[in-house]
Design a protein around this ligand. Structure first.
Ligand SMILES: C[S@@+](CC[C@H](N)C(=O)[O-])C[C@H]1O[C@@H](n2cnc3c(N)ncnc32)[C@H](O)[C@@H]1O
Length: 312
């Protein structure tokens, strides 16, 4: 079943929304400033004769004229990383500082992890975790190509993430060094990836939405618990389903010591606020601070991103 029709009441222009979902996604790269400046990477693309357009919201995010950057030498040397434009938002929202301890709970294949390393100037400690060992090898490969050296890779279920591998005697984050920031780029029903994977919705069911929402709640809960008071947690998905977005945030702010905080989306990048009502359910008004991204607004995939502060 194709679920996109469910979201007609949420979007400003249903026809534009559905037609954008039907178009292939532009090929986009992020400049990896661990290895090159945006200017140097652009000159290298110029020298290779690869056409591109700099996005009007970020000088290091480029839309290529051709599909797939993998055959260019600036890519081979780790100056560029192929990353969907909208997928750059969560790391910008998390905004890690150099020297901090940052947990990426669902990290593979590492687009956002490597972007976090870049924002941290490749300093501090970045823990990239994923429960899928196969996908972790892609993360390691990307980190190596991009020259990331502040990364520790772990393979655990993020819902019960244990700090014992770090030599701690206890898993209580209040008695061990807690994370300064955590990113939960959660597994989801992937509705917003339809432009990249036309089969993404072939096996969509409401049962799957509900079951993945349970996993999302468990991972977000652990991220809040394992982050120090005053620290930041970002929650993101690539789906439109409110059951996996606002409902998960509503549950977290009700059950855990955290609150949603304002985060301004980049200038020239259009988002709309989270919704407070869906199919008879009402959510805490604070979920309006979250950002929904629809494909027809910025010619991207669909996305959801929210920033929380840990309060105790
Ligand atoms: C949206 S993808 C992450 C994409 C990644 N952040 C990136 O930017 O490249 C979600 C990831 O969550 C992982 N995952 C699913 N359930 C998990 C769990 N319980 N604990 C940890 N990781 C999980 C999946 O293996 C998948 O790699």
């Amino acid at each position: 079943m194709n679920p996109l029709g469910r979201y007609a009441p949420l979007v400003d222009d249903e026809e534009a929304f559905l037609s954008a979902c039907d178009r292939p996604l532009p090929s986009v790269v992020r400049v990896n400033t661990i290895k090159a400046t945006a200017e140097r990477a652009r000159s290298a693309l110029d020298a290779e004769g690869v056409g591109y357009e700099v996005t009007d919201w970020h000088p290091g995010i480029l839309k290529l004229d051709e599909r797939g950057p993998g055959t260019t030498w600036p890519y081979f040397h780790g100056w560029l990383h192929g990353q969907e434009e909208v997928s750059a938002l969560p790391a910008l929202a998390l905004d890690p500082e150099p020297g901090e301890v940052v947990w990426d709970a669902c990290a593979a294949p590492g687009s956002k992890t490597t972007q976090l390393a870049d924002l941290m100037d490749d300093t501090g400690i970045l823990i990239g975790n994923d429960n899928n060992l196969g996908r972790l090898s892609a993360l390691r490969h990307n980190a190596e190509r991009l020259g990331v050296s502040n990364l520790v890779v772990t393979n655990q279920d993020a819902r019960n993430y244990s700090l014992k591998p770090f030599g701690e005697d206890t898993d209580d984050p209040q008695t061990v060094g807690a994370f300064d920031r955590a990113l939960v780029d959660a597994p989801c029903s992937c509705e917003g990836t339809i432009r990249k994977n036309p089969d993404a919705l072939d096996r969509w069911t409401m049962d799957h939405v509900h079951s993945v929402a349970g996993i999302q709640k468990g991972i977000l809960r652990r991220a809040v618990q394992a982050t120090r008071p005053g620290g930041t947690v970002v929650y993101s998905t690539c789906t439109f389903a409110p059951e996996e977005n606002e409902a998960v945030l509503d549950h977290a702010i009700e059950e855990e010591d955290c609150e949603l905080v304002e985060w301004d989306a980049p200038e020239n990048f259009e988002t709309v606020p989270g919704i407070t009502e869906w199919e008879g359910e009402e959510y805490d008004p604070a979920v309006e601070l979250a950002h929904r991204v629809y494909p027809h607004h910025n010619d991207t995939g669909g996305f959801f991103c929210a920033k929380l502060e840990v309060t105790a």
